[in-house]
Design a protein around this ligand. Sequence first.
Ligand SMILES: *[C@@H]1O[C@H](CO)[C@@H](O)[C@H](O)[C@H]1NC(C)=O
Ligand SMILES: *[C@@H]1O[C@H](CO)[C@@H](O)[C@H](O)[C@H]1NC(C)=O
Ligand SMILES: *[C@@H]1O[C@H](CO)[C@@H](O)[C@H](O)[C@H]1NC(C)=O
Length: 538
Amino acid sequence: MSMQWDPLLGFSALFGAVQALDCSPSAIQSALPSNANVNFAYPLQAGSTFEVPEGDTGYPTNPVELPALCAVSVQVESIGDSTYGFGLFLPEDWNGRFLAVGNGGVAGGVNWLDMGPGTRYGFATMSTDTGHNSSMIDGSWAYKQPEKIENWGHLAMHGSVVTAKGITAAYYGKDISFNYYAGCSTGGRQGLKEAERYPEDFDGIIAGAPAWWTSRLQTWTVKTALYNLPTTADYHIPPALFPVIAKEVLKQCDPQDGLIDTIISDPTGCNFRPEELLCGANSTDASCLTSPQISTLYKFYTDSVGGNQTFLFPHVNLGSENLWFIMFGAAPNPLGTEYPRYFLGLGPDWSPYDLNEDVQRLADLDPGDATVKYDLSAFHGKGGKILSYHGMSDALIPTGSLTYFYNQVHRTLKPRGIELDSFFRAFLVPGMGHCSGTFPSTNAPWYFAGPNQAPSLGPAVHGVPGFEDKDHDVLLAMMAWVEEGDAPERIVATKYVDETSHDAVMRQRPLCMYPKQAKYEGSGDVDDASSWECKLLY
Ligand SMILES: *[C@@H]1O[C@H](CO)[C@@H](O)[C@H](O)[C@H]1NC(C)=O
Ligand SMILES: *[C@@H]1O[C@H](CO)[C@@H](O)[C@H](O)[C@H]1NC(C)=O
Ligand SMILES: *[C@@H]1O[C@H](CO)[C@@H](O)[C@H](O)[C@H]1NC(C)=O
């Protein structure tokens, strides 16, 4: 076995030969507390595919081309008669560290696919099934099941982390040096929840597009969809018109950020006039909006407030229109409707048209403690680091929900003498949708090896192909911050010409630490990250 020194990963190959336990069910069982049982444990040779067990609805895709590792599945008893399970990959060439990855939507299942890239860095990598078995958009498992909701809200992640760390240390016969977390969407929420409620679990947490405000996000999803329903209303904007709106928004907002480049970099700074889209007297084509439709557009771009003027939830950004079809179509996104039906217990017959302030008050009771609170002082106190990011063209979770959270944490901690820059940094990603990807006509740099991103480039990818360093790879950036105190000021995002071959780069651009924004310096190649600076533009 060769031994290669890497400044971040250490002697990555060194630990491979010294496993203290076999990769067998009985050996793994010996490392478990009495409330946990091994489902399976078996070795996989380098280059193997892990076959996702039959019936795993949440994440059915097999991770492929894995390094040599021990594949483990464990079931843990939780509150009442509920249980949760987790999967753990223990690579032969261990880097001495632990990584937990997150889930998506309301899915129940071990996210084996996202564990794959983690093992290629050398992490012992874990994912919890959150305590149930379902697809991303099916919340029926939660109906009258407060224990399952509590498992999904926080118990399953925390319990899986603690148990999996125990297995990891016993398996290698060595303490874990650093503990990391990486997740997006629900995974982002799980990471922030860990920081708030279980500050000892991780040293570094990457929380992408966090769905942190469970009690508000889902009701907002229903409420905003209703702005455009029923489809027979004169104010309804058919999804076929969303690209037309996107085009007009680009026309008005792209130049306002200082550079015409198909990327809206400063949506909150754009003064948009929807009336440019108004139909004339004899308009028959599908390229304009009526006056009632323009009123709907105003609602989409306005924060949601309660009847008493209480702020409820931020609006979608200008520049998110290309993704509206998943939110503002013929029915609300199921993630919105399932929440009142099953998490709030209103039943399968509950209609989105029944949304009212009573439903919001019920939601604000926050079943399962699934919403993240703002006091992250304990995580700060133990030296933990959080790196969060959000796509500016996300329509599933508005970008403003991350900046709202960031600013609320700031307002909570600064009066107590804690500067957020010291432990919590947020990066907004111009032109990126939900967790990954960019619209074909936008071509924004969006790839930085964030959670869920690698499979978009290819089944065997990890890190940023061609740019395997902390300036381009958010996980390496987090490791440098935690392990060397090298805090990331900016992260360079990459757009490849062809994302599946990823051999040529189309554009690179820095993502800046909120509230700074990337500013083109007026000279040099706009597609080269070095032509940009991160600045406060106010
Ligand atoms: C998970 O749910 C699917 C679909 O309902 C079912 O077919 C499968 O047997 C379940 N798997 C487990 C492990 O319970
Ligand atoms: C609209 O069409 C009518 C009938 O064809 C025509 O008389 C009128 O001039 C048109 N108006 C405009 C603004 O083009
Ligand atoms: C205002 O409305 C919000 C959302 O429905 C609710 O949480 C809050 O309690 C209300 N405040 C008052 C003073 O009624």
